[in-house]
Design a protein around this ligand. Sequence first.
Ligand SMILES: Cc1cc2nc3c(=O)[nH]c(=O)nc-3n(C[C@H](O)[C@H](O)[C@H](O)COP(=O)(O)OP(=O)(O)OC[C@H]3O[C@@H](n4cnc5c(N)ncnc54)[C@H](O)[C@@H]3O)c2cc1C
Length: 353
Amino acid sequence: MSADIVIAGLGVSGSSLAYALSNKGYKISAYDPVKRYEKACGEQVSASYNSINLLKKSNSIITMPNDISIYVNNKEVSNINFGGNTPWYIINKPNFIQYLRDSALSNGVNIINKPWKNERGIITVDARGPFSGNLKDKILVKRYIVETEWDPNHVILDFRPNELGLYWIFPADDQGKLVNLGGGFVNLWDDEKLTKLIIDYAKYNLKKVKIKNAKAAPLDVFSPYRPYSDNMFYVGEAAGLVLSISGEGNRPAIESSYALSDAIKRHSIEDINEIKYDYIRFSKKVANESFLSRKLFMFIYKYKKNFDMVNILSNIPKWFWYKYLSVNLEFNDVIKLGSDMKFISSIIKGLKP
Ligand SMILES: Cc1cc2nc3c(=O)[nH]c(=O)nc-3n(C[C@H](O)[C@H](O)[C@H](O)COP(=O)(O)OP(=O)(O)OC[C@H]3O[C@@H](n4cnc5c(N)ncnc54)[C@H](O)[C@@H]3O)c2cc1C
């Protein structure tokens, strides 16, 4: 066995892990067939201690929008203005990942630009994101970089409960000239149809639309949390850590990698059970968040025929969105939402016979 730690995939999670474990005396090999990360993304990262730290070090923050609008079927239902204290970061993600990879490389990590083919270390980590396992049950998500006129402080998240998906418009610069706009829907793998939907959405919502770049990638919103199985640790999207409702996976990828690196550093590398135990303990917050988001998503998925989900989503109170967007959602909040009379009456009103 030539490496202590083998990492499969150097996207957000794998690069964060390689970075966090580099220079600590481990022999690390990390595999990724793509030399410079270029996967499609909305390039948004929510704030957490580790994410802010890394984003600042890597100098990859583009802008920090304060004004987040929640839409349902093209109608604004809530607006959160963080008043200069936003937890939302728009980044240059390829530069961010390159920084992590370059730092890891200069600290001795052996980066191999080839697909991982079951090479093993004492610890092996699957960080292949949506490419871990087969693509069945994943969603095709497409994003466009569009030249337009846009308030660089403004974000739109536009939920489509009947189509089980969403559109987004994020600023892509701090000048109001570029946006990152896209969408994805369950069971829509037809690129042509998805393209038409997104272009129509762009034309409807933007003053002008000049497409600079288009890219699509899969996203896994269904898989449950899987920190470890069959002698393999999992981080990021491969571990099922995506917030299914909004498709957020960048911060969970960073957080789970830091949780695993902290667990590894605490123990002898052979103590797999101890490492496993601490990894689960340290990633509890993000695992809970992803669990709650998936529950909400699965509720919509399962009951959209029985309930008017547009009505229900439109009545989610502002405090709930505030907590969701500012990375503070807890179990108690879901219980509180369940006891909110206005919300309950929206469910009763939305019951389909
Ligand atoms: C269009 C789109 C928009 C999105 N927008 C946002 C957003 O705005 N904010 C947000 O938080 N999340 C967003 N997400 C989700 C987010 O991009 C992912 O959840 C996040 O990148 C997951 O990180 P990861 O490290 O787990 O996987 P990834 O970042 O996907 O990295 C996986 C890596 O594995 C590599 N790989 C693949 N196959 C192999 C192999 N056989 N061997 C070795 N390596 C391999 C890939 O090249 C890649 O570098 C979006 C997703 C999509 C598709």
